[in-house]
Write a protein that binds this ligand. Structure first.
Ligand SMILES: NC(=O)c1ccc[n+]([C@@H]2O[C@H](COP(=O)([O-])OP(=O)(O)OC[C@H]3O[C@@H](n4cnc5c(N)ncnc54)[C@H](O)[C@@H]3O)[C@@H](O)[C@H]2O)c1
Length: 150
């Protein structure tokens, strides 16, 4: 898989990291689907992405992009509370709370359901690295052992 194969990006979690990551991908023209636990959280995240201090519309008022570019970026992002809507993405970015068991559970579920070719799981691997270091292991080995889960 190369970067050219990536058309649809899924983002798990729409908080500080997930919202910013979604916005950045959208501003680079990628279609993004962002998933969080419920519609209320998603509405707040959407407002931050569109109207927040560093949001897309604010970028227009700061002269960083045109109204047309902003609307195009806004239209690139869709929001969902359904985990299964991440099933067919080309690339998945995980940005949920830093609890290994939660991440394992979500990736375990996606490992069974997910149809896409590639995943990005930086936060998950980072947690594995830290636990491995604490056990005195070399992080790269620990990360490789975790990859089949993904
Ligand atoms: N904020 C930072 O500066 C920063 C920097 C580096 C790494 N991180 C890491 O990024 C991850 C996310 O951090 P954050 O600051 O965005 O947290 P956050 O609390 O702002 O956002 C997390 C979001 O995940 C959602 N969520 C919880 N369970 C979920 C699930 N099962 N499926 C989908 N969404 C779910 C929450 O509702 C919330 O909106 C954490 O692992 C954190 O350690 C954060």
């Amino acid at each position: 898989m190369t970067a050219d194969d990536i058309k649809l990006i899924g983002v798990m979690g729409s908080g500080v990291m997930g919202g910013g990551i979604s916005q950045t991908f959208a501003q680079f023209g990628y279609q993004v689907i962002v998933r969080d636990l419920n519609d209320e959280i998603l509405a707040r995240s959407r407002d931050t992405i569109e109207n927040g201090r560093f949001g897309i519309r604010t970028a227009v008022t700061r002269g960083l992009m045109t109204k047309e570019q902003a609307q195009t970026a806004i239209d690139c992002i869709s929001y969902t509370a359904r985990a299964e809507d991440l099933r067919d993405v080309d690339l998945l970015v995980e940005a949920i709370p830093e609890r290994l068991e939660l991440k394992q559970s979500e990736f375990g579920r996606l490992g069974q359901d997910h149809q896409s070719a590639g995943h990005l799981c930086l936060e998950y691997l980072w947690l594995c690295h830290r636990r491995a270091r604490a056990r005195g292991e070399r992080p790269a080995q620990a990360a490789l052992r975790r990859l089949p889960l993904v």
